[in-house]
Design a protein around this ligand. Structure first.
Ligand SMILES: O=C(O)COP(=O)(O)O
Ligand SMILES: [Mg+2]
Length: 226
């Protein structure tokens, strides 16, 4: 870990859930509406917090199977139920983390192209970015179902860089979990992790990265000459 590392990126890629947006309340509402409809016990906010990170099918699977059993057909059907509820609540209780809007404006001011690279499905990502009024800051968005694979596979980061015309090694990833850190490492890209996000129940300071951030604005401390 190089906590004070500085970079001169030609593009910045952002994770969404837990990094730019605090989406846990809406995810938890949709998950518990799904569980109620399926006559399954509700999950606590803490449990759902630890289930977020590898996309909606994984969240639904973990809501249904953590400590209990569910068949594949049941999980597939539950994903449909979750998506129906999430489409209604998506954004309702979501908040932009402190410093994010100023950071995006400052990075744009430096002329840096920006991307969102999220494991959230596109049908929910694009409307959410619009609803939170941050969509216009991004040159491209790669979502969890844009490709057949999700983070921690590096393919989503490579696609974002190809769309921005920047080599992966000259971009910077900002995320909140091991999925972001592993994807960036495999893409040969430096990665900064926020301390305030969702890291699947893993202490964020146990994840190998190039710097930990208490607020999003601290990204600026890692950009430019040392
Ligand atoms: O959808 C998820 O599980 C997490 O999404 P993220 O990649 O934006 O953190
Ligand atoms: Mg995240």
């Amino acid at each position: 870990m190089r906590g004070d590392a500085r970079f001169a990126p030609r593009a910045v890629l952002f994770d969404l859930d837990g990094t730019l947006l605090d989406t846990i309340a809406d995810l938890a509402d949709a998950a518990n509406l799904m569980l109620a409809e399926l006559a399954r016990p509700a999950r606590s906010l803490e449990e759902i917090h630890s289930f977020v990170g590898k996309g909606i099918p994984n969240l639904v699977r973990r809501c249904l199977t953590d400590g209990t059993h569910a068949g594949e057909d049941e999980i597939d059907a539950a994903v449909g139920v979750f998506r129906r509820h999430y489409a209604v609540v998506n954004g309702a209780r979501t908040r932009i983390y402190p410093g994010v809007v100023e950071l995006l404006e400052r990075l744009r001011g430096h002329g840096l192209p920006l991307a969102v690279v999220t494991n959230k499905a596109e049908a929910f990502t694009l409307p959410l970015l619009e609803r939170m009024a941050i969509a216009h800051h991004f040159d491209t968005v790669v979502s969890g179902d844009t490709l057949p694979v999700k983070k921690p596979d590096p393919a989503m980061l490579h696609l974002a860089c190809a769309r921005l015309g920047v080599p992966a090694g000259q971009a910077l990833m900002v995320g909140d979990s091991a999925n972001d850190a592993f994807a960036a490492r495999d893409a040969g890209m430096p990665v900064l992790l926020v301390r305030y996000g969702y890291s699947e129940g893993m202490p964020v300071d146990s994840i190998e990265c190039d710097g930990l951030l208490s607020t999003a604005l601290e990204v600026l401390d890692h950009i430019g000459p040392a």
